[in-house]
Design a protein around this ligand. Sequence first.
Ligand code: ATP
Length: 322
Amino acid sequence: MRRIAVLTSGGDSPGMNAAVRAVARAADAAGVGCVGVSDGYRGMIQGQIRPLDARDVSGIIQLGGTVLGTARSKKFYTEEGRAKAATNLRNAGVDSVVVIGGDGSMHGAELLSQEHGFNVVGVPGTIDNDLSGTDFTLGFDTAVNTALEAIDKIRDTAASHNRLFFIEVMGRNAGWIALYSGLSGGATAVLVPESDWDEDNIRRKVVESFALGKRFCIVVVAEGEREGGAFGVAQRICEATELDYRVSTLGHMQRGGAPTMRDRILGARLGDGAVTALLDGDNEVMIGERKLEIIRTPFQETWTTDDRDFGGLLALMDRLAR
Ligand code: ATP
């Protein structure tokens, strides 16, 4: 192996910097060169590639966002775009690539290997937790803790006013942030794409919980879940009732902030694991952590199968919301 290129791609997530640092330092420790690509695949196509040695990644482990920058690139969906990116990588002496990003970024990484012969390894960097092959993706823990802090604050005011709150959290097409923040935030219900909830049922649950003497009621709604988001859902559930409700959308604050200890350590382990996999000659695999063990999963499996127990946690939440 001559030189590794590392990039962050798709939505930024806290812990990406810890992973970039780990890749650069693990490469340095192995005597392999490392370069950083700015702004994801867009920067790769534009040739924004710079050396990244052990000193270049000093003082970034505690930073949110990504110091490399990230982007979504339409051109990378085209063969011409990917060919341009491959030429730039070759000109920079690169033969191996570490892509830190979500499932879209893994798809792009696979094509870079199949069409242009680079050895490519992925690190799951997304707050959405929507890749299998790892218990948690990088940034998920920080994002959930941010959502949880907001939910705790909202509960203070909800309890003071005897109010129902609908809180919309991020997660794209996945309900993981909603599930974890709802379960840890003492929500009455979480409305997620993974389950077949219906509005009558939720209305009944909310009314019952106030009748049981609760002074607050929190319903966490996953982003993009049904028409109108949390506002639409709240309106349909509360219409023709006397319920005093408010809606709060947490938005992009969930993406930012200093990574938690868990995300820093996950970033360190996954970044280091990516370099080890490349040194072993592995290709088209994503590095993950399952049951505290670092594992490698073929790209395809990370978006086609998921054996993590979402349903079990959802059922637990339901049992405890009384
Ligand atoms: P997040 O989960 O945070 O949204 P992501 O990696 O899934 O992250 P995407 O926007 O889906 O984010 O993908 C990032 C980039 O990867 C895209 O802008 C595009 O350049 C590239 N990409 C995604 N899917 C493909 C694909 N099927 N073929 C080629 N390139 C792709």
